[in-house]
Design a protein around this ligand. Structure first.
Ligand code: TXA
Ligand code: MG
Length: 323
């Protein structure tokens, strides 16, 4: 077993990355499991560490918008979006250049690119002469990590170093979009909303589900699943349905106090950004508290609420059984 160290030493993180090792890094969305995106060896180590299926491609993280041209063909709309939202929680899907190994994009001719908005991630990228491939730093199939401690829980003994940059600010993974045929296809919802993209690009934004296409690889339904079965609906009704059981309640604003229930209220003040920030940490906490079932509700479909509903949807028990 490998010794896993947690710390704030950028030089140490850079040292491991230059040696083709994988290192967990903080970003503003969730923690990433980073490796040299141009090294087949490092990328293979990422897939191995999180036991990720090799058909699920990785996002490239770069230090500057201008660097994106080295790895992908940039169209004008994508450049506009990059300039408006980067660094920040947006990933662009673009035609890839040969420099990016096939293993990084799982054989796809497109590459996903983003520039994280976290001072340590940005400083680290500046120290390296290669981009970082980084999926979320969780074992494949479990909830994404938003603290160094979450990463440690899932990957200690498997990776040499966890760069601790404090809790992730946004709390849900980046929005993924692709400009194609004068439209923007939204592959994954996040803190950058469809409205925000539309306001900058002045083209229609279409959710992927409305496309007559397969889901993006890796958009597997059980992607965020806790081990405890999670149900979504009207909370009082669900509490009735599961009465007698030990229940964890993941709610937006209302604190549900009942016997045998524990409340995990994400934002008593009703702030969706606060709720997104707390989502994965509370989902983990609830999953580890020994409840028989977890129940949750629909969040408002505005702002980052859409992404919260999407992630909770993937965490539901019904999807776990199917996957
Ligand atoms: O916020 C984030 O994006 C975080 C942080 C660490 O940057 N990363 C992240 O990576 O969420 P991951 O691997 O957990 O999710 C990336 C998603 C996957 O669903 C993957 O299938 C999709 O992006 N993706 C990556 N490259 C793609 C490609 N070439 N074509 C289609 N989908 C792609
Ligand atoms: Mg992930």
């Amino acid at each position: 077993m490998m010794q896993t160290e947690t710390g704030q030493d950028l030089a140490k993180a850079a040292h491991w990355l230059k040696a083709n090792q994988v290192v967990a890094i903080p970003t503003e969305t969730v923690y990433g499991l980073a490796g040299n995106a141009l090294s087949e060896k490092a990328v293979a180590a990422i897939y191995a560490a999180k036991q990720r299926p090799q058909f699920n491609p990785l996002i490239l993280h770069v230090a500057r918008i201008d660097d994106m041209r080295l790895y992908a063909q940039m169209d004008n709309v994508s450049r506009l979006l990059a300039e408006a939202f980067m660094p920040g929680p947006l990933t662009l899907l673009l035609p890839k250049r040969d420099l990016v190994p096939d293993i990084t994009t799982a054989g796809s001719r497109k590459v996903a690119l983003r520039m994280p908005r976290h001072p340590m991630a940005m400083a680290l990228l500046e120290m390296l002469d290669f981009p970082l491939a980084a999926p979320s730093a969780n074992p494949s199939g479990y909830i994404s990590p938003t603290t160094a401690q979450h990463v440690w829980e899932g990957l200690h003994g498997i990776i040499p170093y966890i760069l601790d940059g404090g809790p992730s600010q946004v709390g849900v993974e980046s929005t993924i979009c692709e400009y194609q045929d004068d439209k923007i296809i939204l592959h994954r919802t996040g803190a950058i909303t469809a409205d925000m993209l539309e306001a900058v690009a002045h083209v229609e934004v279409i959710p992927l589900q409305q496309q007559n296409k397969l889901h993006a690889p890796g958009q597997m339904k059980s992607h965020y699943a806790p081990n405890t079965p999670l149900y979504r609906g009207d909370i009082p009704e669900l509490l009735e349905r599961f009465s007698g059981k030990n229940i964890g309640v993941i709610s937006f604003q209302t604190v549900h106090e009942k016997p045998h229930t524990t409340a995990y209220c994400l934002s008593p003040a009703g702030d969706l950004a606060v709720a997104a920030n707390a989502l994965f940490a509370q989902l983990r906490k609830a999953d580890q508290a020994g409840h028989e079932v977890l129940v949750t509700e629909w969040f408002p479909e505005s702002g980052v609420g859409t992404a919260i509903n999407d992630r909770l949807g993937r965490a539901l028990a019904e999807h776990k059984q199917k996957a």
